[in-house]
Design a protein around this ligand. Structure first.
Ligand SMILES: Nc1ncnc2c1ncn2[C@@H]1O[C@H](COP(=O)(O)OP(=O)(O)OP(=O)(O)O)[C@@H](O)[C@H]1O
Ligand code: SF4
Ligand SMILES: [Mg+2]
Length: 334
């Protein structure tokens, strides 16, 4: 299906490292490969610290000292974002690629009203000055699209006058104001209560459908990702361990880490089989040799301790980074 679709983003062999004062390398992203096609939502699932936000910052060229993109390509509609001039990139960031982050009180300038906040990416990317009344009209229409009640009143408000859900809607309105090709939502519902979180995710999904956006969605919740994603990538210690369409990942996961996540999830684990993954995620300064997951893997063999498996096609559209992919017992939901 996807082979006929337009490839929007292709990440090739991306290495993003951080360095500490002793110049010790933290291999946060260590050879990431991903493809995202037009209109798809790619869900990225991974433990805290696995590199999800560093990946979004790498795509937007927002990795600063002591971090550095060491190697790789990020092809957006065929153009490598890592090599184009800053001036050209500035025309892409916030216009063709936009970002929604988690709802943090500090993420909206408390001294600016919602007309200013919502229209900021729009004003940054237009040549001519628009009259305040024209900006206002645009913002009110945009706030209406994200189902904010009384958008005219909201446009005059400041951050402290909005609830968490309302301010997240404003941020989404702002992120889509330029009708971007790619929307990156990095934990967009963290810090929101469950009901509001669901509404915001539904809104994101509606926006995606309405404007034919391509989306990268990062969330910790398996259920959320399953509902809203077309494809899922599992990130662990800077490597993609498994990648597939959402049904395959959820019904036929292969990688022992993916299976482990499901056995550790009360809503997914088969009855009587709920168990945590033993051990913890490796420290990025001291990654284990071989497969990064081997110290926690019940299927590990000698080869796993020495040689690092790369992501390989297991079946069409389903890739797994595991030496024993063909031997791992099937995950049974019941
Ligand atoms: N500015 C920085 N300086 C040094 N190390 C950093 C910096 N930013 C990120 N890192 C390192 O990169 C690792 C991955 O961070 P990242 O924010 O991408 O994790 P994440 O997968 O988004 O986690 P979470 O689910 O908690 O948001 C961190 O554990 C940290 O070690
Ligand atoms: S490569 Fe080996 S250690 Fe890694 S997940 Fe597969 S079986 Fe486990
Ligand atoms: Mg993060």
């Amino acid at each position: 299906m996807s082979s006929e679709k337009e490839l929007i983003l292709e990440i090739k062999d991306l290495h993003t490292y951080f360095y500490d004062r002793e110049d010790i390398i933290w291999k946060i992203l260590d050879g990431v490969n991903l493809k995202i096609y037009k209109g798809e939502t790619l869900g990225i699932l991974g433990p805290s610290g696995s590199g999800k936000s560093v990946l979004t910052r790498s795509i937007l060229r927002l990795v600063d000292y002591p971090g550095k993109i060491e190697k790789g390509q990020i092809l957006f509609k065929g153009k490598d974002l890592l090599t184009i001039d800053e001036e050209i990139f500035n025309k892409i960031r916030g216009k063709e690629i936009s970002l929604v982050l988690q709802n943090a009180p500090s993420s909206i300038d408390p001294l600016r009203d919602m007309t200013y906040t919502t229209s900021e990416p729009y004003r940054e990317h237009i040549e001519e000055d628009l009259a305040r009344s024209e900006i206002k009209m645009l913002v009110v229409s945009q706030l209406g699209k994200v189902a904010l009640q009384e958008p005219l009143k909201v446009s005059d408000k400041y951050a402290h006058e909005l609830s968490g859900g309302e301010s997240q809607r404003v941020k989404i309105a702002s992120a889509v104001i330029n009708n971007p090709t790619l929307l990156i939502a990095d934990e967009p519902v963290a810090n929101l209560d469950a009901t509001i979180a669901r509404q915001i995710l539904e809104l994101l999904h509606q926006m995606k459908e309405k404007f034919n956006l391509t989306m990268i969605l990062i969330a910790h919740n398996l259920g959320i990702l399953a509902e809203l994603s077309d494809k899922i990538a599992i990130l662990y210690a800077g490597k993609i361990l498994e990648y597939s369409d959402v049904d395959t990942i959820f019904y036929h996961p292969i990688h022992p880490f993916t299976q482990g996540l499901f056995y550790a999830s009360p809503s997914i684990a088969p009855r009587g089989k709920l168990k945590p993954i033993p051990g913890k995620e490796p420290d990025a300064r001291r990654l284990p040799p071989g497969c990064r997951f081997h110290p926690r893997c019940e299927y590990a063999i000698e080869k796993c301790k020495k040689e690092l498996p790369e992501l390989e096609e297991f079946k069409e559209g389903h890739s797994v980074a595991c030496w024993r992919a063909n031997e791992i017992p099937e995950f049974k939901r019941e």
